[in-house]
Design a protein around this ligand. Structure first.
Ligand SMILES: NC(=O)c1ccc[n+]([C@@H]2O[C@H](COP(=O)([O-])OP(=O)(O)OC[C@H]3O[C@@H](n4cnc5c(N)ncnc54)[C@H](OP(=O)(O)O)[C@@H]3O)[C@@H](O)[C@H]2O)c1
Length: 292
């Protein structure tokens, strides 16, 4: 059993990871930031503050550090590029340096938004070409980790969904709106690989126990438009699909340009991992089992 530090455990992926890591009996500490949680296995850490990071490392002495903390709202990042760079790049630099100093292994969470979305889904060795600030800052962080970390794995994932502390992911927002009889506009032209946070978390625990270096894609192998994904959610949860309004991306007026054909190819993960990465449909059926 290893000592796992999850930076950003109050978020969607970090939260699912904390649960799976504790179930797998790893000694695990999670961090929150603005949510300031007073729960067991949590401490507060600001990755924009070196002393705050150092204090957490000195107290816990982690063997494996999962860097899940980010400003992950793509439109917010587009409107606040300095804040995005400070957290998504400078914050990860500080974590990388702290890991080197304490001889901890680093697992950094990145994204398919490092690509331009012209020819997804993407393999690990495809050439990045970000088209918004979020993607640009995540790529800068990847490059820093690659060049400076003594022991690391970069895990790229995409459109993650499932249960989470704050109900902000696409699946939870859509389900909530449709159950209340509200319409939701959904783009028909943005494609990706909707990925179950529980599968991602189980895969991350397995990767925390392994010694793999480099870059690894971890997602589902589904390749769907947001609209197709929304219809699947409505079908599986018996919700009114007429409330899902198909639109094109320009009609949404989103602040950040989206990679239209994004998503990830997970052949490498399938050949390495024992963990099964559920398809979008299998994940939704699993979520449905938990709600009945
Ligand atoms: N969700 C997706 O679809 C998706 C897709 C591809 C890649 N990713 C990547 O996966 C990782 C996790 O994403 P997520 O969806 O779980 O994000 P999330 O739900 O938005 O959670 C972000 C986490 O970062 C923490 N945080 C933010 N600013 C911080 C700071 N200055 N210091 C310390 N912690 C800070 C938040 O803490 P508080 O909430 O307590 O403030 C929260 O725990 C990110 O690196 C993201 O880029 C996500």
């Amino acid at each position: 059993m290893a000592k796992f530090l999850i930076i950003g455990a109050s978020g969607q992926i970090g939260g699912a990871l904390l649960k799976e890591a504790l179930e797998a009996k790893h000694a695990t500490l999670g961090t929150s930031y603005k949510q300031n949680l007073s729960e067991p296995n949590f401490t507060t850490t600001d990755i924009n503050d070196c002393d705050s990071i150092q204090k957490t490392f000195d107290q816990f002495k982690p063997e494996v550090v999962f860097a899940c903390a980010a400003l992950a709202n793509v439109d917010y990042c587009q409107m606040h590029p300095e804040e995005s760079r400070a957290t998504n790049y400078d914050g990860i630099k500080r974590i990388t340096d702290a890991c080197n100093y304490s001889d901890s292994r680093l697992i950094f969470l990145s994204t398919d938004y490092v690509f331009n979305g012209k020819e997804g889904p993407y393999k690990e060795d495809a050439t990045p070409d970000p088209i918004n600030f979020y993607g640009e800052h995540k790529l800068l962080a990847e490059q820093y980790v690659k060049a400076n970390s003594k022991n690391h794995l970069i895990v790229r994932t995409t459109i993650t969904f499932g249960n989470e502390r704050v109900g902000k992911n696409f699946y939870l927002v859509l389900k909530s709106k449709l159950s209340q009889g509200q319409e939701m506009k959904v783009p028909t032209d943005q494609f990706g690989s909707p990925s179950y946070n529980k599968s991602i978390a189980k895969a991350l625990v397995e990767l925390g126990e392994k010694d793999l270096q480099g870059v690894l894609n971890i997602s589902s192998d589904s390749f769907l438009s947001r609209y197709e994904f929304a219809l699947l959610i409505a079908k599986i949860f018996d919700l009114n699909e007429k409330l899902i309004i198909p639109v094109t991306t320009p009609e949404l007026n989103q602040a950040a340009t989206r990679p239209m054909k994004a998503g990830l190819i997970i052949d490498k993960a399938k050949s390495i991992l024992k963990t099964k990465l559920m398809s979008a449909e299998e994940a939704l059926l699993d979520l449905k089992k938990q709600t009945v």
